[in-house]
Design a protein around this ligand. Structure first.
Ligand SMILES: [Zn+2]
Length: 65
């Protein structure tokens, strides 16, 4: 799902759902649900190719428990 607002402005960080994956803080865009990652320069869209790292752990809510 993409949002026109996201394309025109920027993604809206959902600060209530920030979690730590072992390397970076992560969350999703509140509007379009895109995975976001907090880099040294700020929040940006998560890139599944360049950001993929085996040290990252899944979102806590994705665990089988
Ligand atoms: Zn968005």
């Amino acid at each position: 799902m993409s949002s026109i607002i996201c394309r025109l402005t920027s993604h809206k960080i959902n600060r209530n759902r920030v979690w730590y994956d072992g390397l970076h803080n992560r969350t999703n865009c509140e509007r379009c649900g895109l995975a976001m990652i907090r880099s040294v320069s700020g929040w940006r869209a998560f890139d599944s190719e360049s950001d993929d790292d085996p040290r990252r752990t899944a979102h806590p809510s994705a665990s089988p428990n």
